[in-house]
Ligand binder design. Structure first.
Ligand code: PNS
Length: 159
């Protein structure tokens, strides 16, 4: 039987519990879920790609069914490189929809054989974003329950 591979791309700057929830749902849809961190993003990240890979690997472990990789260039090209037929994205509020729709349709135009699927995280994470997590961390707010403890500690150290 052919292995079903999904790609879960993003900035993950840093990983939140919302991301982890989406990842665990994606793992029910595919035999292997490749977590893919974009390199050379125009946004200035707080954590380097190597730090982000390290933080995610620390949590998901060395499980061959959940490799953590970085990529540059077109997402669909990387998806083809790893044999993925699904791109997984988390969808929170309606405000995510427009950006996600544009990306999904552009990716479909580029490679029609790759399908984007949207997953909803648990309601308790529906307002959690990496951007807000960084803001709260910078201002000394409580992040428990929103990010893994190892990520919380790194945020505190960094900020
Ligand atoms: O977590 P993010 O920042 O919303 O993730 C965005 C990401 C990495 C999925 C997106 O920027 C991306 O796929 N970049 C790769 C460049 C690309 O393929 N662009 C054309 C299709 S939209």
């Amino acid at each position: 039987m052919t292995e079903r591979v999904a790609l879960y791309p993003g900035s993950f700057d840093p990983l939140t519990n919302g991301h982890l929830d989406i990842l665990s749902r994606a793992r029910r849809l595919a035999d292997r879920v490749v977590v893919a961190i974009l390199e050379n993003d125009e946004k200035t990240p707080l954590f380097s790609v190597a730090e982000r890979i390290g933080m995610i690997r620390e949590i998901v472990g060395d499980d061959p069914s959940t490799p953590v990789r970085s990529f540059s260039g077109l997402l669909v090209d990387f998806a083809k490189d790893v044999g993925a037929t699904l791109i997984v994205r988390g969808l929170r509020a309606v405000s995510d929809y427009e950006y996600e729709l544009q990306m999904a349709l552009m990716n479909r135009r580029l490679t029609p054989s790759i399908e984007t699927v949207f997953l909803m995280a648990k309601e308790e994470y529906s307002y959690v974003s990496s951007r807000l997590v960084k803001e709260v961390a910078k201002l000394g707010g409580d992040l428990s329950g929103l990010v893994p403890e190892s990520v919380r500690q790194r945020l505190v150290t960094k900020l």
